[in-house]
Design a protein around this ligand. Structure first.
Ligand SMILES: Cc1cc2nc3c(=O)[nH]c(=O)nc-3n(C[C@H](O)[C@H](O)[C@H](O)COP(=O)(O)O)c2cc1C
Length: 211
């Protein structure tokens, strides 16, 4: 199968329009099982080192579990604020950086290591985890194409979250995602609009043949 100009334009539009959605733009609308399954199915089409497909997903709808994770976020977020200084600390304190309890579904995405050697992962052991990140990006893009928002929350203690979810010891938490319908998608990354970070220009990122 070959794609045409229209397909290329669509994927480019989805890539550009994908946003990290925080709590204040999620709506009360529930997420249907079929929508959820479509997003998860997109994850499983991701590339993976040695075709190891080293991902597992914990779907969280139980409010008591979400509340417990939200407490972990609050603790870590207060700790995070102390790492920034002056204006930056004040600005950080105002940011909304998760949508754990506002979203109908949270998804904890895990890396499940293989118990045998994985083709392609023998020299660079992190490749398994990178494969799971590819799956997360697929979910993010598929959800955006369905007008569903995803927010990635990483200001959490992974061991505490694993504990709450009874995750096997060898599994690694890669992503904690908040998923739900939204009332809007921002045009630009919020951190760019708020001047937390500027957008990098492509030409400043590319070297030819060497550094
Ligand atoms: C690995 C990873 C972890 C992230 N963790 C958080 C987070 O804990 N809280 C948050 O608000 N955004 C988080 N984000 C979202 C980024 O802040 C966001 O992607 C970036 O500001 C660009 O905005 P955009 O995704 O809307 O384009 C994370 C993104 C990635 C890729």
């Amino acid at each position: 199968m070959f794609f045409g100009e229209n397909d290329q334009n669509v994927i480019e539009r989805v890539l550009r329009a994908r946003r990290d959605v925080r709590g204040n733009r999620f709506t009360d609308r529930d997420l249907s099982d079929s929508d959820l399954e479509r997003i998860l199915a997109a994850a499983t089409t991701a590339p993976s080192v040695g075709y190891s497909q080293p991902w597992e997903f914990v779907i969280i709808r139980d409010p008591s579990i979400k509340n417990a994770v939200a407490k972990i976020f609050e603790f870590e977020n207060l700790r995070a604020q102390t790492q920034f200084e002056n204006d930056r600390a004040l600005q950080y304190a105002k940011l909304k950086l998760e949508g754990i309890t506002e979203t109908p579904v949270n998804i904890a995405v895990f890396y499940t290591p293989s118990d045998k050697p994985v083709l392609g992962q023998t020299s660079m052991p992190d490749m398994g985890e990178y494969s799971v990140v590819c799956a997360v990006q697929n979910m993010w893009l598929m959800a955006r194409a369905m007008n569903i928002g995803i927010g990635w929350v990483s200001i959490i203690n992974p061991d505490k979250v694993k504990n709450i979810l009874n995750a096997p010891k060898q599994n690694k938490l890669i992503a904690y995602l908040c998923v739900g319908h939204v009332d809007q998608f921002l045009e630009k990354p919020e951190l760019e609009t708020l001047r937390w970070e500027p957008a990098k220009v492509l030409s400043s990122l590319v070297r030819y043949d060497n550094y």
